[in-house]
Design a protein around this ligand. Structure first.
Ligand code: ATP
Length: 357
């Protein structure tokens, strides 16, 4: 039976890389019935909403989606489509692998790690108080009264909530992911020495959960301060396997890890909850190159391979990844971001050719 999957092309380079990804995934052997839904500027024009109910319902129906990048217009008061999607569907885990690929020159070789980022809490929760707003003034008074904290009158404030429940599920997810994918070690990044009650709670919860032998199995566990982790990633990224991070650090370090292995054009990702999973590249809609047919489709194609694996189509997933490696190693068909002059569809067709079907 075919897998039903919602496809959201998105905007900017989204529709170009989505078409390329469909071409490859359809050729990879797994049967997929695509259900197309819109989000972003196309949806705003057609359905007067950046994230129409029909799109959310479509994902709830198929449970799995492949999504291109969606830009939230800046300064228009809209909330980010990506954040809204994660919150509406409770996609609490972001999974972003970073692996050295053959033929792509990088400073370090032999990198094969996965960033697992908590997706719903922390400074990205959206609890904000604007400088000068009456609520901010009330908050300052309250903080002074409650605990003697003095916040400057001209300050804006963003609140950082991290909960035991929110942390427990991402820790459990990380260990289950490590075991299911034969990964040897989970490293938790934090700054618990300074943020004792938010990062401290994240770390403490990770420690407690890691003591569950059924959850952990043979997986190693280590903790490291986020600044030290950044330095070690720059010097010896091969030392790491699964990185478990709160939301903000996870966002920053997953881009850093993408950079370590060849840039945004290759970085795949997934947002996963207990019920739904949305697969999408790490990159944005790249307005500077949109419509030119030169966007690198590999990040979207590898996101599709992650989706195939999630659907239980391991053989097709591995075939797509191997075909991407073959094309990168050969080096004759590449988009400009990797130093080539091929088009988006040239790359997709070369990958289809390398599938050997
Ligand atoms: P966002 O805020 O949505 O992340 P951004 O503009 O900060 O958007 P991107 O849209 O990811 O970030 O683009 C950053 C740079 O990387 C741009 O110069 C863009 O052209 C380039 N880029 C991103 N994705 C690709 C891709 N798939 N192929 C080639 N270049 C890309």
């Amino acid at each position: 039976m075919a897998h039903r999957v919602t496809i959201i092309p998105g905007d900017g380079i989204g529709p170009e890389v989505a078409t390329a990804a469909r071409l490859v995934l359809d050729a990879a052997g797994a049967e997929i019935e695509w259900v197309e839904r819109q989000a972003g500027s196309v949806a705003l024009e057609q359905e007067r909403s950046l994230l129409p109910d029909a799109t959310l319902d479509g994902i709830r129906d198929t449970r799995v989606a492949l999504k291109g990048p969606v830009t939230t217009p800046v300064g228009t008061g809209f909330r980010s489509v990506n954040v809204a999607l994660r919150q509406e569907l409770d996609l609490f885990a972001a999974v972003r692998p970073a692996r050295t690929t053959p033929g792509v020159p990088t400073r370090h070789g032999g990198i094969d790690l996965v960033v697992i980022r908590e997706n719903t809490e922390d400074l990205y929760k959206g609890i904000e108080f604007a400088r000068g707003a009456p609520e901010t003034s009330a908050l300052r008074d309250e903080l002074r009264e409650l605990a003697g904290f003095e916040v400057r009158e001209d300050a804006g404030v963003t609140v950082k909530p991290i909960s035991v429940d929110g942390t427990r599920r991402i820790v459990r997810f990380a260990f289950e992911y490590a075991r299911a994918n034969a990964r040897g070690k989970v490293t938790v990044g934090h700054k618990a020495s300074i943020m004792r009650y938010s990062d401290g709670l994240f770390l403490q919860t990770a420690r407690i959960e890691s003591e569950d032998p059924l959850l952990r199995g043979d997986t190693g566990f280590e903790e490291i301060q986020i600044d030290h982790l950044s330095m070690r990633l720059a010097r010896h990224p091969q030392d790491f396997d699964v990185l478990l991070l709160p939301n903000l650090y996870g966002d920053i370090l997953s881009d850093l890890c993408a950079g370590l292995v060849g840039g945004l054009g290759l970085a795949a990702g997934a947002n996963i909850g207990w019920e739904y999973a949305v697969f999408e590249p790490v990159h944005g809609s790249a307005p500077d190159i949109a419509g030119k047919g030169v966007a690198n489709p590999i990040a979207m194609i590898l996101s599709g391979a992650m989706m195939l694996r999630h659907l239980g189509e391991k053989g097709s997933a591995s075939a797509v990844e191997a075909a991407v490696d073959t094309v990168l190693e050969r080096g004759d068909v590449r988009t400009p971001d990797l130093g080539g002059s091929s088009s988006t569809m040239d790359v997709a067709e070369a990958i289809v050719g390398a599938l050997g079907r």
